[in-house]
Design a protein around this ligand. Structure first.
Ligand code: HAM
Length: 420
C-alpha cells in the first residue's frame, strides 16, 4: 500500500466525486426553499474577533470553552475560525445597517464551520451548514416559517425520517423564575465540582449535559414550559398551531436546550434516528436578546442551521440514491493528431451551446478512449479519425445501443443538440 505523506487533518475529510457532487446538491436543496421564500444571500468571513463568539454564543458553552479554533494573528488580533453562523450574520447586519431598512431582514448563508470536537461519525472539526436568519420581528409566524422551510428541504431530498423536536425557553419574563426553580432542584443533587459551579453560573447548561448519569438525575427536574408567562405561552401556542396548519408534525420536548446560550422562546431541533449519537441534522431557535449583547439595538431574531454533512449521512442511512454526478452528455474520441484538434473545437462549441461534453486526451487508442467514454456517463460518443475528417463526417455512436451513424461535421453540433 502506498501511504501518502500528508493526510487531511484529524476530524476533517475531503469530498471527492461522486460524493462531492452529492454535497453540492444537498446544499442546493437545503437552500432552495429559502430562495423561493425571498431570503437574501449573505456571506461573512470564516474568522471573526474571538469576543464575538465568547459573548454571542456564551462564555460557559462547550463551544466557547472547549471547541474554538482561536489564535492571535501576526498583528496581535485575537480571532477564531467561526464555530457557527448566527453571531457573525447578526454582526454583519448591524455593521452594514440592514436593520435600519425595511424589517424583517431575511437572510440565508452556506459555508464551512469549525469546532475542535472529538471526531466521530457525523461529528467533524470542519463541517458544512446552510443557515437562515430572520431579524427584526417577534412574530411567531417567522419561527413557524423557518421550521416549515427546513422540513420542506428535507422532504425535497426524499428524507422521511427527520423528526422535529420543539420547545420554548421563555423570554426574560419567564426565565428568572424557572432558573431559580431549576437551581433549587440541581443544588440538591450530588454533582462534581465543575457541574456544581455550572449550576450557579448557567443552570440551563446542565440540562444539556449528555452524560447518562446526569440525564438520569434530571428526570424530575422542573421543566420550562410550566413557567412560561402568558405572552410566552401565547407565542408558543401560535407557533404550534401554524405548524399543524402547515401539516408539519412535531414532538414537544420540554427538556430540549441546545448548546448555545442566545436562545429565547422558540427552540427546535431536527433529528434523524439513522445517525447514531450525532442525531441532530439541524437546529435553531429565537434569540431576542442577542443584538443587545453584541452592542446593537433591540432586534429580535430567529433562525436555524442545517448540517449538510449529517443530511448526506441521513440520506445514505435511508438508502436514498445520492444526487449529483450526472456526467456529460457527449464524449469525443479523436483518432490521430488532426482529429484531436478537431475534437477539441467540437467539444468547445458543444459546451458553448449548453451541451455537456468531454473528450479523450493524450492520443489514447480507440479501446482506451472508448472506455473513457463509457466512464464519462455520456449517452453519445463522437468517434472521428483522419479518414472521416477527409470525408467531412464523424461517427456518432449511441453508447447504450451501440448503433453508429455517420453525420456531416457541418451540422454536427445541431444534430447532437437535438439528440441529447
Ligand atoms: P448547531 O445546533 O450548533 O446550531 O448546529 C446546527 C447543525 O450543524 C447541527 O444540527 C448539525 O447538523 C451541524 N453540526 C454542528 N456541529 C457539527 C459537527 N461538529 N460536525 C458535523 N455537523 C455539525 C448552530 O450552529 C446555530 N447557529 C443555529 C442557529 C441559527 N440558531 C439560530 N440561528
Amino acid at each position: 500500500m502506498n501511504t501518502p505523506e500528508f493526510r487531511a487533518p484529524r476530524g476533517t475529510f475531503d469530498l471527492v466525486p461522486p460524493r462531492g457532487e452529492a454535497m453540492l446538491a444537498v446544499r442546493d436543496a437545503l437552500a432552495a426553499p429559502l430562495r423561493t421564500a425571498g431570503y437574501g444571500y449573505v456571506e461573512t468571513p470564516s474568522f471573526e474577533e474571538t469576543t464575538l463568539f465568547a459573548r454571542g454564543v456564551g462564555e460557559s458553552t462547550d463551544i466557547v470553552t472547549k471547541e474554538m479554533y482561536s489564535f492571535t494573528t501576526r498583528g496581535g488580533d485575537d480571532v477564531t475560525l467561526r464555530p457557527e453562523g448566527t453571531a457573525p450574520v447578526l454582526r454583519a447586519v448591524l455593521e452594514n445597517g440592514l436593520h435600519r431598512g425595511a424589517l424583517p431582514v431575511k437572510l440565508w448563508y452556506s459555508g464551512s464551520y469549525y469546532r475542535y470536537e472529538r471526531p466521530q461519525k457525523g461529528r467533524y472539526r470542519h463541517f458544512s451548514q446552510v443557515g437562515a436568519e430572520i431579524l427584526g420581528t417577534e412574530d411567531p409566524a417567522s419561527d413557524a416559517e423557518l421550521i416549515v422551510l427546513a422540513v420542506d428541504a428535507y422532504r425535497a431530498l426524499g428524507l422521511t425520517g427527520v423528526r422535529v423536536l420543539l420547545n420554548s425557553l421563555g423570554s426574560h419574563e419567564s426565565r428568572p423564575a424557572y432558573r431559580a426553580a431549576l437551581q433549587e432542584f440541581l443544588r440538591r443533587l450530588d454533582l462534581d465540582d465543575e457541574t456544581a459551579r455550572r449550576v450557579e453560573i448557567n443552570p440551563l447548561r446542565v440540562l444539556d449535559d449528555k452524560r447518562p448519569e446526569i440525564q438520569k438525575a434530571l428526570t424530575d427536574a422542573p421543566v420550562i414550559t410550566d413557567f412560561l408567562s402568558p405572552s410566552d405561552r401565547a407565542h408558543h401556542a401560535t407557533v404550534r398551531s401554524l405548524l399543524t396548519a402547515a401539516g408539519v408534525a412535531f414532538e414537544d420536548d420540554p427538556r430540549l436546550v441546545r448548546g448555545l446560550d442566545y436562545y429565547t422562546r422558540t427552540l427546535f431541533e431536527f433529528v434523524h434516528d439513522g445517525l447514531g449519537s450525532q442525531s441532530a441534522v439541524g437546529g435553531g431557535g429565537r434569540y431576542d436578546g442577542l443584538s443587545e449583547l453584541l452592542g446593537g439595538p433591540a432586534l429580535p431574531g430567529v433562525g436555524w442551521a442545517l448540517g449538510a454533512d449529517r443530511t448526506l449521512l441521513a440520506m445514505e442511512a435511508e438508502g436514498l440514491p445520492l444526487p449529483g454526478a450526472t456526467g456529460v452528455q457527449v464524449f469525443a474520441v479523436p483518432l490521430g493528431e488532426e482529429a484531436a484538434a478537431w475534437a477539441f473545437s467540437l467539444v468547445t462549441s458543444l459546451r458553448r451551446e449548453g451541451v455537456t461534453a468531454d473528450f479523450a486526451t493524450g492520443g489514447r487508442g480507440l479501446k482506451g478512449a472508448m472506455k473513457a467514454a463509457d466512464r464519462s456517463g455520456a449517452k453519445y460518443a463522437v468517434v472521428v479519425g483522419e479518414r472521416d475528417l477527409a470525408e467531412g463526417v464523424a461517427q456518432v455512436k449511441d453508447l447504450a445501443t451501440g448503433e453508429q451513424q455517420a453525420v456531416s461535421v457541418n451540422g454536427l453540433v445541431t444534430h447532437l443538440k437535438r439528440l441529447v
